[in-house]
Ligand binder design. Structure first.
Ligand SMILES: C[S@@+](CC[C@H](N)C(=O)[O-])C[C@H]1O[C@@H](n2cnc3c(N)ncnc32)[C@H](O)[C@@H]1O
Length: 220
């Protein structure tokens, strides 16, 4: 299904999106400096998950595994990192990274996150630069939320702009980035997250990047 809509004109279909990631997978980490995704942004997102040793954390759209060093450190050797991605090319790079580091507690799943199937519950869900890249992020969020344990968090770290407001001054830059990166520059995960509970959003790097967090309430 083509997910393009009036509010999200830059979204692509899932198959076109996955083909594009398959093509760029080998160069993804080389491009990273271009998008200014420096380790502090990743660390900030992982810290917002509030993980502890022994936890299981799920990354949706894990890509080449650029967050794994921080996730593996946060859950420790007794914890588990599950990376889900729709692109075999991206997962192949993540697998190489995992092997290089000897991470035996990283599991990679080739799945479309909108049809996520997990055989266990998790203590945190991370969307890092992926919420805006998923053509249909809402069903992926809903599936992940089902597997999230009470008092655990979903964190979305991403880049982009809202339509209107002071940040719209940066729209030309966003349009340029969108041309070369498969993502929706006008993704607004905080509206989706707000359906699940109170959302905290912190913007950084001139407002270009944000970390949005929602916690699952304790069950009555
Ligand atoms: C910009 S990359 C982000 C990778 C990584 N999270 C990071 O921080 O570098 C977005 C990833 O989302 C994945 N993706 C897009 N649609 C997806 C879907 N429906 N299910 C799972 N992964 C998806 C892409 O294949 C790609 O690897």
């Amino acid at each position: 299904m083509d997910a393009s809509s009036e509010n999200h004109p830059t979204r692509r279909s899932q198959s076109a999106n996955t083909r594009r990631y398959d093509r760029i997978a080998r160069f993804y980490s080389t491009f990273e400096p271009l998008y200014l995704v420096f380790p502090p942004a990743r660390r900030r997102a992982v810290a917002a998950l509030g993980l502890k040793a022994g936890d299981t954390v799920l990354e949706i759209g894990a890509g080449t595994g650029r967050n794994f060093p921080y996730l593996v450190e946060a859950v420790g050797p007794s914890g588990t990192v599950i990376g889900v991605d729709a692109s075999r090319g991206m997962l192949a790079e993540a697998s190489k990274l995992s092997e290089r580091h000897g991470w035996s507690n990283v599991q990679l799943l080739h799945q479309d996150a909108t049809k996520l199937q997990l055989d266990r519950d998790v203590d945190g869900v991370l969307f890092s630069l992926s919420y805006s890249a998923l053509p249909e992020p809402q069903p992926a969020l809903a599936r992940a939320w089902e597997r999230l344990r009470p008092c655990s968090r979903v964190v979305v770290m991403d880049m982009g702009l809202t339509q209107g407001g002071p940040y719209s001054l940066l729209a030309p830059i966003a349009r340029l980035l969108v041309k070369y990166a498969p993502g929706d520059a006008y993704s607004d995960p905080w509206s989706d997250l707000a359906r699940y509970g109170p959302v905290e959003t912190e913007r950084f790097m001139a407002g270009f990047y944000y970390v949005s967090t929602v916690a699952k309430p304790q069950q009555p």
